[in-house]
Design a protein around this ligand. Sequence first.
Ligand code: ITT
Ligand code: NA
Length: 192
Amino acid sequence: MLRFVTGNDGKVREARAALDDDVTQFTYDYPEIQSPDLGAIAAHGAREAYREVGAPVMVEDSGLFVDAFAGFPGPYSAYVEDTLGIERVWRLTEPEDDHAAAFRSVIAYCDGSGFASAPAVRDGEPPVAIFEGRVEGTIVAPRGDGGFGYDPIFEYDDRTFAEMDPEEKNEHSHRGRAIDAFVEWYDGQGEA
Ligand code: ITT
Ligand code: NA
């Protein structure tokens, strides 16, 4: 059983689709640091959540990086979604020549151990294992009503993420890829 500390139900739905439902949502609102680095935000969050929960936890930090805006909103994606909304992110991108963008996801896992076999952030205690995923796509006018967040304006292979079900989105998405990397390590731990 995996404890996923997040207030975002869409993230949990996708983690469940990828991990056969073996995911429990914890809504502890851990202190989120400001940083241009998703990995640093996720690692800090996982450490805080582990201290609070006292058992193995995973957190995920993600964002939409628009090329024409030098990666903005990136780590500020949740704030921009709340303040501007995704329709206006599309309107701002529309006049630009370049509509390319990427979603990035960082999963941070903390269980108090030293993670000898994982890529880990060791600049604090306890160490945190880190797994990343990325997908490139195009910003388009909103289409579809599945998914969450920026999904209606993110097109991958002629369809937006909001036009895919969670399993399909996981096959291509930043989060699906980060979850795959995490699971490969997590399932292999006992065999080391
Ligand atoms: P937690 O921190 O509680 O997990 P959150 O929604 O605040 O939930 P983040 O801080 O990681 O999550 O912010 C991520 C932002 O990027 C948020 O606006 C999401 O809607 C957006 N985002 C991340 N992954 C996405 C995806 O797969 N599809 C659409 N939008 C996504
Ligand atoms: Na957040």
